[in-house]
Design a protein around this ligand. Structure first.
Ligand code: FAD
Ligand code: SF4
Length: 516
């Protein structure tokens, strides 16, 4: 620990790497004369899933900037650095040590972003007989209890209903008569455009936060400490301070929000950023508050800068999906993590860690993930997620990969998206049916197939697209449970047209892919 306690601490505020806001609720009655903050960088948080170097660097650099900001405000921060000799490498051990040394009267902390951390901290606090108070995270529009209330008595949960409730409660994109602005709740149908042959109309490279001294030091530390971890640090670009995050927000609203809606689902070769916000990591580390992000988008609509379908589409991601997945996470954890409704047990292909594959869509998506720690929603859902679903990869292995490789990955948001939305392992809590599709979906939404040796229209044969082969194998393999799902009935009925000889061919081709 960099500082030795000289006098007894009244309230010790624990701050984790994704809670970097000095105005958070937990600081409300903070008295710098009596209280102090505790933060720790520990090895285990970067190794329990094999984290991407940029994800590690982002958290460490943002934490160090936050420490310095608090210190500049006259707040005492007890901070354990990764390189400190006495660092045990485990959060719980470090916390025990801090409690022993500082002997605070009470510990205050905000609900962490992971069930594991919450239980781990509570265990330490209880076994050391430390009095503590858990604060709800005010960086969300809703608390887990609001979601529980919404879920009470409902047979099935759907994001759209929760979203509408929140629109009404907050007044966001609502008119004076309590009706949705523009007369519709949802403009999703207008948000499925793909690029024409020419590709994205403008270059969307966006702002890059050049590494300052702190970040440069962290990048060296990560390279030294985690040399074998996946990904590259070469193009580290993520905001690590609130100031940089605000700059990124303004840049998005000004340059990309107007086209966000139309091209939300589109993909293009060598174009990782497109019209997306790249704000996930800033929101999840709490450098930005979702209220200010939503307000900025809403203002852009009222000022005539961005059309309603784009603004509604963007706000739905934050006010709708982001709040909804958090509700699902806290309602169903910890057993949610163990769900595997389709009994998927295949291993994750090795190329997920290297990008070394001939399949153009996977090569592009995994390649940019390793380069930047980023892929946009449709790449995550309909390329890497879809392939794992169709292949039948064990959902926990898929979850661990996603948690490791994206800079915005924190379990409360990553897990329901991966295990629920993309792998259908929760049996329909997040999605009413599996997001299963052939390679033709990818062909429609991108230009990847044009540069691929495989043919998305073919399900068997030398040049068959693996997505298309595996799609039919997925339907054959899961025929029974899928027939019970009304929303899948049309899709499943198509297998009735495949004769036994071709079924065997599909199964053999799929088995070959599974062995790859
Ligand atoms: P944009 O596409 O510009 O969207 C704007 C914002 O909306 C995002 O920053 C995010 O805060 C929010 N948002 C959009 N979609 C979702 C969603 N489905 N759930 C929650 N919030 C959403 N998001 C994460 O923040 N962390 C994750 O670890 C994560 N893992 C995912 C894994 C899978 C398999 C899938 C399908 C989605 C995942 N998402 C995750 C959701 C989404 O893909 C990312 O939030 C988004 O790609 C981040 O990039 P962006 O800021 O450019 O987002
Ligand atoms: Fe991907 Fe299949 Fe298209 Fe190749 S043909 S890019 S594998 S969808």
């Amino acid at each position: 620990m960099s500082a030795v306690a000289t006098k007894k601490v009244r309230n010790l505020v624990l701050v984790f790497g994704d809670q970097l806001d000095p105005d958070a609720g937990v600081f409300k009655d903070f008295d710098p004369k009596k209280d102090a903050v505790w933060m720790a960088e520990v090895d285990h948080e970067s190794t329990y899933v094999w984290s991407h170097k940029q994800r590690i660097a982002l958290f460490l650099s943002a934490m160090r900037h936050f420490r310095d900001e608090l210190s500049a405000r006259g707040i005492k921060v007890h901070y354990r650095e990764l390189g400190d000799k006495a660092n045990s490498g485990k959060l719980s051990t470090e916390l025990e040590h801090a409690l022993e040394t500082l002997k605070p009267e009470k510990v205050h902390f905000t609900r962490p972003g992971e069930w594991r951390i919450l239980r781990g901290c509570e265990k330490v606090l209880q076994t050391t007989d430390t009095s503590y108070q858990l604060f709800e995270d005010t960086h969300f529009f809703t608390a887990p209890a609001d979601f529980d209330e919404h879920a009470e008595g409902r047979k099935s949960l759907r994001m759209e209903f929760f979203y509408r409730e929140l629109r009404k409660k907050t007044g966001i994109l609502m008119d004076e008569d309590g009706k949705p602005v523009g007369g519709e709740w949802n403009f999703d149908k207008e948000n499925r455009g793909s690029f024409g042959k020419g590709g994205p109309p403008v270059e969307t490279a966006g702002p890059v936060s050049e590494p300052d001294e702190i970040t440069a030091e962290v990048l060296r530390l990560v390279e030294d400490h985690f040399p074998k971890h996946p990904g590259s640090l070469k193009h580290f670009r993520w905001p690590v301070t609130r100031r940089a995050a605000l700059h990124a927000l303004n840049d998005f609203v000004k340059h990309r929000l107007p086209d966000f809606g139309t091209y939300q689902d589109a993909m293009w070769t060598d174009a990782p950023w497109l019209y997306h916000a790249w704000l996930g990591s800033s929101l999840n580390l709490k450098l930005l508050n979702p209220r200010e992000v939503v307000s900025a988008a809403e203002a852009a609509y009222h000022e005539g800068h961005a059309p309603l379908p784009a603004v509604e589409g963007f706000i739905r991601q934050i006010l709708g999906w982001r709040e909804y997945v958090r509700g699902v996470y806290w309602k169903f954890m910890p057993d949610y993590l163990e769900r595997n409704s389709l009994g998927a047990d295949a291993a994750l292909p090795d190329f997920y860690w290297t990008g070394d594959t001939e399949y153009a869509c996977l090569k592009q998506t995994i390649g940019q993930t390793l380069e930047y720690g980023y892929a946009h929603h449709i790449q995550r859902l309909m390329v890497t997620g879809l392939y794992a679903l169709l292949l039948g990869v064990n959902p926990k292995a898929v979850h661990e990969w996603y948690l490791a490789v994206y800079v915005d990955a924190v379990e409360w948001v990553e897990l329901p998206n991966v295990l629920g939305m993309s792998q259908y392992a929760d049996g329909g809590v997040m999605a009413s049916k599996p997001y299963a599709a052939t390679g033709k979906y990818i062909q429609r939404m991108s230009n990847y197939c044009a540069k691929c040796p495989k043919n998305p229209a073919k399900r068997t044969g030398e040049d068959a697209c693996p997505f298309t082969t595996l799609y039919w194998d997925f339907l054959l393999r899961n025929e029974k449970p899928l027939r019970r799902n009304q929303r899948m009935s049309l899709q499943v009925r198509n297998i009735d047209r495949i004769d036994e000889a071709e079924r065997s061919e599909i199964r053999a081709a799929a088995a070959k892919l599974k062995g790859a």
